[in-house]
Design a protein around this ligand. Structure first.
Ligand SMILES: Cc1cc2nc3c(=O)[nH]c(=O)nc-3n(C[C@H](O)[C@H](O)[C@H](O)COP(=O)(O)OP(=O)(O)OC[C@H]3O[C@@H](n4cnc5c(N)ncnc54)[C@H](O)[C@@H]3O)c2cc1C
Length: 326
């Protein structure tokens, strides 16, 4: 029996939010009295497997195969399932990235197991996993319990602290994927890297977002949003209205049909606070709203509100932070 965590890789190595599950996974494994195992998959796995050892996993299953060079659902789901069998996992966890959500859903179906996607907390009660999910735009927290023997959950990035890595321990066990290229229906034709150098929205501890409020001069508006983000080392987000109006690409969209984020600080400039936007960022620790309408709904959720024109407020904030942080 074990708690098994999928440590997802991107080109730059492990996805940082997966390490949160080293700490939370250890807590769950100790409560169940079972081992904490990890699985790493890719064309190369040595570096991430070594990192997993330093995060205290008891066993690290490494599935190394050229067909795993690019993410493909079928191949990664087969790999995760092999690791579940090898480790005898009763709890299977992944970070709720796009891949993490998809692979856990697929594997849960294959194993006839219960699934709690995008959990914001995890605990053990009476020997079973309880996963807390934030629903209705983060207004209600629900506890999900499982009837199945295998319990699968993905955890919203930034829900748990990342533990300090220590001395390498735990053994690395190679597993065979057992798939050839012909067994995988998805083919990767081309890969376009679009956001090199940008701070990832889902991993960011600070996000500065812009909305339709930049409409008077969208180019300048998002330059001001980006300038403040740069000073703060923050990621740039946006409302759907801003994305739909082509002010900024979709990958920046926060909300129900965009990304779910949970930063320490979320600065919303020219965003009204529609329920679909709140669905993506309502779990932020501190929300600062900049809006020229004192009755904008975002102020009901904001910890701090600035009533004013974003074209004046954003540069003033950027200058003030520059001075403070220099
Ligand atoms: C199924 C569905 C899914 C959706 N998914 C999402 C989603 O994922 N994410 C999302 O964001 N939305 C989503 N929406 C859209 C959502 O309902 C809102 O339409 C959208 O969030 C509004 O974006 P906004 O706040 O930028 O624009 P608006 O609602 O138009 O608000 C603009 C705000 O800017 C303020 N403002 C104007 N000028 C200035 C200025 N110079 N300085 C300061 N403030 C100014 C205004 O007072 C206003 O409050 C979805 C809708 C549906 C139906």
């Amino acid at each position: 029996m074990s708690v098994l965590v999928w440590i997802e890789q991107t080109e730059g190595g492990a996805v940082p939010s997966c390490w949160e599950l080293a700490g939370k996974g250890r807590e769950l494994a100790d409560a169940l009295g079972v081992s904490l195992d990890a699985v790493v998959m890719g064309a190369e796995t040595a570096q991430t497997a070594a990192a997993a050892q330093s995060y205290g996993f008891d066993k690290v299953y490494a599935i190394t195969d050229p067909v795993l060079a690019d993410y493909r659902l079928t191949a990664y789901a087969v790999g995760l399932q092999k690791a579940v069998e090898a480790s005898g996992a009763s709890v299977v966890l992944a970070s709720a990235t796009i891949g993490g959500r998809e692979v856990t859903a697929y594997v849960a179906c294959q194993l006839d197991a219960g699934l709690a996607p995008d959990a914001v907390d995890l605990r053990i009660e009476d020997g079973k996993l309880v996963a807390t999910r934030a629903v209705y735009s983060n207004n209600i927290l629900t506890d999900v319990i499982f009837n199945s023997d295998i319990q699968v959950a993905s955890a919203r990035p930034r829900s748990f602290p990342i533990p300090e890595p220590g001395a390498a321990g735990g053994e690395v066990i190679a597993l065979d994927l057992g798939l050839g290229e012909d067994d995988i229906p998805e083919k990767v034709i081309d890969v376009k890297v679009s956001d090199s150098g940008e701070v990832s929205l889902t991993d960011a501890s600070i996000i500065v977002s812009g909305g339709r409020g930049v409409a008077a001069d969208p180019v300048k508006g998002f330059e001001l949003v980006t300038a403040l983000a740069d000073v703060l080392g923050a990621a740039v987000g946006a409302s759907r209205a801003a994305v739909d109006a082509d002010y900024i690409p979709y990958k920046h969209q926060v909300g129900q049909t965009g990304k779910t984020v949970k930063p320490d600080l979320y600065i919303a400039a020219g965003i009204s606070g529609a329920i679909q936007h709140l669905a993506g960022m309502g779990g932020s620790k501190i929300i600062v709203a900049i809006n020229k309408d004192p009755d904008a709904p975002i102020f009901e959720r904001a910890n701090y509100g600035i009533v004013g024109d974003l074209f004046e407020v954003l540069p003033a904030l950027t200058d003030a932070f520059k001075e403070r942080l220099s």
